[in-house]
Design a protein around this ligand. Structure first.
Ligand code: ATR
Length: 282
């Protein structure tokens, strides 16, 4: 009798995570005998939870709020950009070792790169306004810097996290121009504005609001919102009414999942199945 292989998401709270929906649809569509589970974990149980990953039928895990940084000391190795970001969202077990990786960064860059190509804006020429300086913003900022962005302005209502992120980015890429603001600057000079806060998210601290008013904006500026619920945020609706190019949070969510799926299974992720599974619940 074979024992079903397990993967899960470690965090708190995880009950509303969409990852099981995405991954179980993908795993089932490929007839893989793997189940993706919710592993609600308190801070005091984090160490025990990571030890559990050594069970032979577990291949890995996702990590989410509030453990993306806290999990690092419990892992054997940290690979790739996860080391620079200082955050892990994917763990894979390789030869008995727990390896930490970050697919949020590349998962964000894949759809962004496609959209930049579509609107013929080379990444080197982007003038980015990144609103927010939390965990999501950090992954995005490093991904942008690594992919070739040269100019990033971080706007966050609180100075300290913006300053910390700016310092880390400058160490990572010394020739990157990084500015920080504690209010939204005039938008004219930016050709890509990214909401990396939870503003606009259903059930979040500021639903139906937008991270900044889209005034005095260049007519070709790309508007990006990492919020995926609702599918079209107020920010994206405003961008649509202005005829601006835009990118929502769902492609990023799907691509980070797809990259994790490929790390665990070694197989190409069924992107269409993942999108379809999400469509049913968002
Ligand atoms: P995540 O991991 O999703 O990025 P986080 O690390 O808690 O979550 O960061 C949330 C980000 O959204 C922060 O930049 C936060 O700003 P502060 O550092 O000033 O707290 C930002 N944010 C949350 N609610 C906001 C609001 N109502 N207006 C503006 N920014 C907000």
């Amino acid at each position: 009798m074979s024992i079903t292989t397990r993967i899960g998401i470690i965090g708190s709270p995880v009950a509303h995570s969409l990852s099981p929906t995405i991954h179980n649809a993908a795993l089932q569509s490929m007839s893989l005998d793997i189940t993706y589970e919710l592993w609600e974990t308190s801070e005091k149980d984090l160490s025990r939870r990571i030890s559990m990953l050594q069970e032979p039928n577990i291949v890995g895990a996702n990590v989410t709020i509030p453990f993306k940084q806290k999990v690092i000391p419990f892992l054997d190795e940290i690979e790739g950009i996860a080391k620079d970001i200082g955050a892990v969202n994917t763990i894979v077990k390789r030869n008995g070792k727990l390896i930490g990786k970050n697919t949020d960064a590349e998962g964000f860059m894949m759809p962004l790169t496609a959209e930049l190509r579509r609107i013929k804006l080379p990444i080197e020429k982007t003038q980015i306004l990144l609103v927010g300086a939390g965990g999501a913003s950090r992954a995005i900022a490093f991904a942008l810097a690594q992919a070739g962005s040269n100019n990033i302005t971080i706007a966050n209502r609180t100075l300290e996290p913006a300053q910390t992120l700016s310092n880390a980015l400058s160490t990572f890429k010394p020739n990157l121009s990084v500015d920080i603001e504690t209010s939204i600057p005039t938008l004219e000079k930016f050709n890509c504005i990214i909401n990396a806060t939870s503003v606009g998210m259903t059930g979040g601290p500021a639903p139906n609001q937008q991270p900044c008013a889209l005034v005095e904006i260049n007519s070709k500026t790309l508007i990006v919102d990492i919020v995926y619920a609702p599918k079209e945020t107020t920010f994206l609706k405003t961008a649509r009414s202005l005829g601006l190019p835009r990118l929502g949070g769902i492609p990023m969510l799907v691509h980070q999942a797809a990259l994790s799926f490929e790390i665990w299974t070694g197989k190409e992720a069924p992107l269409n199945t993942m999108y379809a599974a999400l469509e049913k619940v968002i």
